[in-house]
Design a protein around this ligand. Sequence first.
Ligand code: SF4
Length: 390
Amino acid sequence: MSTVWQIYNHNRKQLKNDLDLLLEAAHAVEWLGNRKAPLLLKPNLVVSKSASEGATTHPEIAEAVVEYFLDCGFSDIAVAEGSWVGDSTARAFEVCGYTDIRKRYGIRLIDLQKDFFTEKAINGDNYKICSSIYDLAENGGSLINLPVLKGHGQTHISCALKNLKGCIPDSEKRRYHTLGVHGPVALLNTMIKPAFALVDGLNGDPYWEEGGSPEKRDILLLGRDPVAIDSYACSLLDVDEDSVDYIGMAEKLGVGTAGTSASDIIHLGPRPGNVKGQKRPGSNSGSGKIAGELKNLIDQLTEQRSACSSCFGNLAGALRDIYAEDPALLGPFEKGSICIGQEFRDNPPESGKTGIGICTAGGKGKFLRGCPPSKRAVYDFLKNDISGGF
Ligand code: SF4
């Protein structure tokens, strides 16, 4: 059995108290190494967007964790992250509020997009890991995973297991998608072992990794077993656990135990419904229903084959913006007519199909350059494509 501690944060002014309660109840400090060794926090800053949009870890959570472990006597604390391909971690640190934390507490910010990497050979293949992360365990340091509980356009969910993808170089992120993402993500969790994960489930976007449709859940989770946490995350997001291949793969590799049940959860504090005026978190609102239908529509219009997360995210974001302007604008696109992904390099899109990204350059139809093309570029391209304005 793998325990997951859970608390509802009904009042953001109580966030630090609720986090302290969670860390105390789990005796989390006992899972960490030497207090003189480095302590690294790994939030999810996949894009340069405020946490209110549902993609990134609230800085207030990282700040509370920093304060808690400074009080425990840890003196060398840093935040480490590598945003997705095409965005800048330095900008994400600024936009997401982490530069302010550095100034207030004198901690270090480590931009993993600029880090060296170390190679690890597994089953005849070499996997690259950012050196700051790889060296941590060698130096007796500890890693705390601070993922966001959210959906993902390709893997259905993103939580504890997938958050470690920010610990590899950009070139490796691209390569993971050529390997099917799920297998390498599972394997990555055998190479990097955070002491525990503290999950930001306050308002993650249940559909998109890059956010935009946040849904209030007010949940914080803590646990040592990332497989158990992700298994539980599936139930919170109403996703079939079996549809997220990397969870089962990670379990087979011995990372943890899936099939998390109610008996594995330790609830702290009052639950929703016990608090006056509190709506049930994560309830399927009208806007949530529309976002779900739009996700299905985007899945139907696109044919993705090993697309990088940022590339697909920018495409999905552009399609959402066009849909918001006028759903009829997407009418001219047939099922599977928008192609994206690295497999199109060897098997170019057929004539009549539209390509997104340099990988689709060999096709006979129209395509958009870029690697990845920005959301704005995709938006302009598709709107021109629709109106025939080339
Ligand atoms: S064009 Fe898109 S899918 Fe192809 S390598 Fe670049 S980012 Fe990845």
